[in-house]
Design a protein around this ligand. Structure first.
Ligand SMILES: [Zn+2]
Length: 401
């Protein structure tokens, strides 16, 4: 699936109608969660049938396009099934029991193949369900002419602090050609540097949130001084939300570019399978860790890996920074020790580069054995060499000269 985004340009009245659609989608999702809480044994089909009940009962729910109603129920179901999965797998900590969604700055409604229509020149979109939001001009850089109309599987309307956007989900797999570089790399992510690779190269940590912290705090103070429910408060809330939006966009931009660069210049990328959620519990580092966006980075590395045909391996993170990458022995060190000095073999290296080399080594050991015969054991190798071949094969052998 490819996703293209464009900003919607319309009148305030039209935006108000989009708001209604978004609110209704949220209502359907929350009602489905409620229904599930009252009847725990139901599945996705019952939820999907419940949509029709809602539409009959509530006039505004009936206004929303029927497929969009279904999509909201599907979203509720995916939240529920994720919760079930976490329980089944016995994930430590919270299992993510589905909760009701509140009214927020951001929100969305998802249409499938009906309820919307692109104009002939594909520069305008018309929403034609019961809310009748009308025609919007599309602001975006992507050329939608490139794809067949039937490839547009889903259309989402997304509300953000700075306006309304539409996302087109196009049914096409993205596969791109890339010349092999004959290089492999291990990556260690950290707070001192955003990443350190097994060649000792580093990428600085941009710390977008830290940079904007001062102005964010100022806005936050202004907001807290305004009266509840006043216009002024709404204004400052929006300003603050826009600032946060900017930070998250900067972060995403950085992460995507870095991930793409790493994938493009290597044939195998190994990285740690970090449990960031557990690390964020450390409240001294929580903000810095969240700001570093490792999870987002990893997701993009894996995505680009698929697009460009590059092997990506997540390895277990234990002892990657404690082991010596030269002799493999454990060299205990605290977080503040920045240089790895091995007292077994005398190997000296930057702490993070040492870890990155261990990660690469571990990555190479875990993959690359797909489809090999089941017993790859050294003893078997010697055995097959020494065993005299059977009579039938001996007869077929060419005579020695
Ligand atoms: Zn060593």
């Amino acid at each position: 699936m490819l996703v293209f985004e464009a900003k919607l340009e319309g009148t305030n009245e039209q935006y108000g109608k989009l708001d209604e659609g978004i609110r209704t989608a949220r209502f359907v999702r929350n009602s489905c969660i409620r229904y599930w809480m009252d009847n725990r044994d139901i599945g996705r089909y019952e939820l999907s049938a419940y949509c029709a009940v809602l539409a009959r009962e509530f006039e505004w729910a009936n206004k929303l396009n029927s497929m969009a109603r279904q999509a909201s129920a599907e979203r509720a179901w995916s939240a529920i099934s994720r919760f079930y999965d976490n329980c089944k797998k016995k994930v430590p900590g919270l299992k993510g029991c589905p909760r009701y969604k509140k009214e927020q700055t951001h929100g969305s409604v998802e249409y499938k193949t009906s309820g919307w229509k692109l104009s002939e020149d594909r520069r305008r979109i018309t929403f034609s369900d019961g809310f009748d939001a009308g025609t919007f001009k599309l602001w975006g850089t992507r050329d939608l002419h490139f794809y067949q109309l039937k490839q547009f599987k889903r259309v989402r309307v997304v509300r953000r602090a700075d306006g309304y956007y539409v996302q087109f989900c196009v049914d096409q797999e993205r596969l791109e050609k890339r010349e092999p570089t004959l290089k492999t790399v291990g990556i260690h992510v950290g707070l001192n540097h955003f990443l350190t690779d097994s060649n000792g190269e580093t990428v600085a940590n941009p710390r977008h949130l830290r940079k904007s912290e001062k102005s964010l705090k100022r806005l936050q103070r202004r907001l807290s001084k305004t009266k509840k429910g006043s216009k002024n408060r709404a204004k400052f809330r929006n300003k603050l939300a826009r600032k946060h939006l900017k930070v998250s966009r900067q972060r995403k931009d950085f992460v995507v570019k870095t991930a793409r660069c790493v994938v493009m210049s290597n044939d195998l990328v190994a990285y740690e399978d970090l449990k960031v959620r557990n690390m964020v519990r450390n409240r001294h580092l929580a903000k810095s860790i969240s700001d570093a966006a490792w999870t987002q980075f990893r997701t993009w590395v894996e995505y680009f890996g698929k697009v460009f045909g590059v092997v990506t391996v997540a390895v277990p993170p234990d002892y990657t920074s404690q082991n010596c990458s030269n002799c493999g022995k454990v060299v205990k060190k605290s977080l503040s020790t920045r240089t790895h000095t091995c007292h077994h073999c005398g190997h000296t290296q930057d702490r993070d580069a040492n870890a990155a080399r261990n990660i690469l080594e571990r990555g190479l050991r875990t993959v690359g054995h797909t489809g090999t015969s089941t017993s790859v054991d050294e003893t078997d190798q010697y055995l097959s060499e020494e065993t005299p071949s059977s009579k039938s094969t001996r007869r077929n052998r060419k005579p020695k000269k």
